[in-house]
Design a protein around this ligand. Structure first.
Ligand code: IFM
Length: 440
């Protein structure tokens, strides 16, 4: 059966600064932790970096024109802190702000709503040299950076997002070391998680002060954990995973605090430096919650297990749209954010089939179709769903996987960096034009 999202629902795509922008000689910028991480041997699988990426910094007007052609109503991008304040704190670079100024104007001229995120992982290296997110002072630097950006663009932005996926910043950047800055310490990750939340709270205050009429919120990722069996040990393992991965951020932000059972069971309160007023600051009301959903996990007491029968993407992630519907209902019933936007959903696929000179990614179309059905089902169940942004507009730098994993609706040709819409881009353009998602 085909489904209709109606007129009050928007469609668009998402990207982030480090993954697509690259550098330009006319925009002097500071190093970010990802520049440093890419330079370390063995950290990025194809030894690539973000120096050129998709060269969006020079080709942004072409990218906006392409979005317009694809009927996109909203564009989620992130602002690169090292382009705006090269040293992380102190002098603001007019050239950096000018770039985002031009991008926002180009989008508005094309009738595309700009939907910026202030932090999508590219922390200025200068701040990391002083301890980065392990230091509470970094939250203060983030607040000043927020003011600089919001004061400049605020007259044209209707919705601000503070952070993208703080869980990933803390867990992969500081606990497992898979992401920049590559630390491997649970204690560091716990401290970082709290500082990111404090920074979110401070950022919200600055957004409210500089743009009182704008909406504001945060983008969180969720990977619902299901126990592999009914054995108590598996159930307990999945429960702790849910607490750390899916409740650790939304709980404090929505005024429910850190999940008590995990704090107590693991003794984590010993390292979280919660100061007077922190939890109130973090719980300041948001207008909108961004939800990033890709997959679920199946957890046993001995670690993650993989249901063999299920379809997976190139990331090895199980395709499980039903978990997305259940997740959205769970968020609504337990936390009730005023509005939810799917800020990321999509799939890395092999992209090996070509038809008529175009990548014929029917597997990606199927993924998007099934997940859009899940979003629609949640909406029908009363969840206040406002929009859906596909990850990603184009193939880009997939962090530790370099350019080897392709999430784009648009292909980036290897040498020329020319943009070529895949079959999924044309399919999604029709969904955006009509609001209707056809059945398979
Ligand atoms: O590419 C990332 C993005 O930067 C954050 N969310 C998940 C995507 C796919 O891994």
């Amino acid at each position: 059966m085909s489904i209709d999202f109606g007129d009050d629902f928007f469609f668009g795509t998402a990207t982030s600064s480090f993954q697509i922008e690259g550098r330009s000689p006319i925009i002097p910028q500071g190093e970010s932790i990802w520049d440093s991480f890419c330079a370390l041997p063995g950290r990025v699988s194809d030894r690539s970096n973000g120096l050129i990426a998709c060269n969006h910094v020079e080709r942004y007007a072409e990218d906006v024109a392409l979005m317009k052609k694809l009927n996109m109503g909203v564009y989620r991008f992130s602002v690169a802190w090292p382009k705006v304040i090269p040293n992380g704190r102190g002098v603001v670079s007019p050239a950096g702000l000018d770039f985002y100024d031009r991008l926002v104007d180009e989008l508005l001229a094309a009738d595309i709503v700009p939907f910026p995120t202030l932090y999508h992982w590219d922390l200025p290296q200068a701040l990391d040299d002083d301890g980065g997110w392990m230091m509470r002072e970094t939250a203060e630097a983030f607040a000043d950076y927020t003011t600089a950006v919001v004061e400049r663009l605020g007259d044209r932005i209707s919705t601000w997002m503070t952070f993208n996926e703080p869980y990933v910043s803390a867990a992969l950047g500081y606990v497992t070391g898979e992401h920049a800055p590559g630390h491997r310490s649970l204690d560091a990750g716990l401290a970082v998680a709290h500082h990111l939340l404090v920074a979110h709270g401070m950022g919200m205050e600055r957004i409210r002060a500089a743009a009182p009429n704008a909406e504001a919120g945060i983008v969180l990722n969720f990977t619902p954990a299901k126990p592999a069996t009914k054995a108590p040990a598996d159930v307990a393992a999945a429960d702790i995973r849910n607490a750390w991965e899916n409740e650790w951020y939304i709980g404090p932000i929505m005024g429910k605090g850190y999940p008590e059972r995990a704090v107590e069971a693991l003794g984590w309160n010993r390292v979280i430096d919660v100061r007077d007023g922190d939890m109130e600051l973090i719980a300041a009301p948001i207008d909108v919650l961004g939800v990033n959903y890709y997959s679920r996990s199946v957890v046993s007491a001995v670690g993650q297990t993989q249901p063999l029968s299920h379809q997976r993407t190139e990331m090895g992630w199980e395709v499980h749209p039903e978990s997305m519907r259940a997740l959205l209902v769970w968020i609504h019933e337990n936390y009730a954010p005023p509005k939810i936007v799917i800020t990321e959903n999509g799939a890395a696929m092999p992209d090996t089939q070509v038809a008529g000179g175009r990548i014929n990614d029917t597997d990606r179309i199927d993924y998007l179709r099934r997940h859009l059905h899940a979003v629609h089902a949640a909406k029908e169940a009363g969840v206040p769903m406002a929009g859906y942004l596909a990850w990603s507009l184009m193939d880009n730098f997939e962090w530790a996987h370099g350019y080897t994993k392709k999430f784009g609706l648009v292909e980036i040709e290897e040498r020329t960096l020319n943009r070529k819409p895949k079959a999924s881009a044309l399919w999604f353009a029709e969904v955006a034009r009509t609001g209707v998602v056809p059945d398979a």
